[in-house]
Design a protein around this ligand. Structure first.
Ligand SMILES: [Zn+2]
Length: 363
């Protein structure tokens, strides 16, 4: 049972766009299982930078003649590669991601139309199961989403993993969108002690990403080996194990809970997934790929819920309307989803499990 739960609990990322798409003429959708979109296009909307230079000095005003203005040096555009800085002794900064990154573009990604209609899963979908599992409640490095919580986003860079200005900025924005989501949702449950700190550590590593093979449901065929070697590479750069870093974040910085999210800057076509403890020892780790910002914010929040104890709700054989709109049930912009009481209970926001039409391990 534990293993079943610990097996990837990815987001049904790719079910969606086609349903929404205006071009409804595609008829090649395979019956039965997941609809696949092969490539997730990375939006390349330009980010405004504040460093746009003023036009240089010496613009002597000679009567209205239109001399071509000296062009300002271009700011970084989204495709500009980002070189990871060397890690300072003492480790990366433990400061929170600058909340100013939650800019206008992030606001646009926050709200939007739902991509995934809220309805029971097809009866022949192999992901369906008749049981909700609470196995990761109160386990691992991220037990409850309460108190002082550190979420460390590990941005892995290497020869085969290149971060650009666009993907680097979006990783920050996605983390901040999730932070906003949790702080708003916690209020609905009168949880006032949540102090949520997202950090982003861009790590130069020697990690060699092997080809990512995905199955018919867009899940990685062998995620465990990949995650283990990626974490090992991160630890080699950090000069410490993540378990030790967790300990020090707790003992020296006063965090009650610590969760890690591994980000790989690749358009994998695979679904994001979480390894809640104890699958990888005592660490709670989720894995993220490149996504369009709205999806990235949603996936970040969804996978983090797993790390703090929540199970998926989209794949249960019995639909319970009390779960409608839950972040673990539907894949939508964050303004359109919420934390309903089953998910709230597993993350430590409610003391008692709610009643549901399906079986749960709390029954
Ligand atoms: Zn999930």
């Amino acid at each position: 049972m534990l293993i079943t739960l610990a097996l990837l609990v990815g987001v049904p990322l790719f079910l969606l766009l086609i349903l929404v798409g205006a071009v409804a003429s595609q008829t090649s959708t395979p019956t039965g299982t997941q609809t696949q979109t092969s490539t997730q296009t990375q939006t390349s909307t330009q980010t405004q930078t504040s460093t746009q230079g003023q036009t240089s000095a010496g613009t002597s005003e000679s009567s209205g003649t239109a001399t071509p203005a000296a062009t300002a040096p271009p700011g970084p555009d989204d495709s500009t590669p980002v070189t990871p800085p060397p890690i300072a002794s003492g480790g990366p900064s433990r400061a929170a991601i600058d909340s100013r990154q939650l800019d206008r573009q992030s606001q646009r990604a926050w709200s939007g139309q739902c991509w995934d209609p809220d309805q029971p899963m097809d009866s022949d979908n192999p992901e369906r199961r008749n049981h909700y599992d609470l196995a990761t409640m109160n386990a691992g490095s991220a037990k409850r989403l309460r108190g002082k919580v550190a979420v460390v986003h590990l941005l892995l860079a290497s020869k085969s993993l290149t971060w650009t200005f666009g993907t680097r900025t979006d990783a920050d924005r996605g983390a901040l969108l999730a932070a906003r989501f949790f702080s708003e949702q916690a209020k609905r449950y009168s949880v006032t002690d949540l102090e949520y700190t997202p950090m982003a550590w861009l790590l130069p590593t020697t990690f060699k990403l092997k080809e990512l093979k995905i199955d018919d449901s867009s899940r990685l065929e062998d995620p465990r080996a990949m995650v283990k070697s990626a974490l090992k590479a991160a630890e080699a750069t950090l000069g410490e194990t993540l378990s030790k870093i967790t300990k020090s974040l707790k003992q020296e910085d006063g965090y009650a809970e610590v969760a890690f999210m591994l980000h790989l800057p690749v358009d994998s076509g695979a679904r994001e997934f979480a390894y809640p403890s104890p699958y990888l020892g005592q660490l709670d780790v989720a894995v993220m790929f490149n996504e369009e910002l709205g999806q990235l914010g949603y996936s970040t929040a969804h996978e983090l819920c797993h790390l703090f104890g929540a199970d998926d709700l989209y794949n249960l054989t019995r639909y319970d309307e009390e779960d409608a709109g839950d972040v673990m049930r539907i894949n939508c912009p964050l303004s359109e989803v919420s934390v309903r009481d089953m998910t709230a209970y597993t993350m430590g926001w409610l003391d008692r499990p709610p009643r549901r039409r399906y079986k749960s391990s709390a029954d």
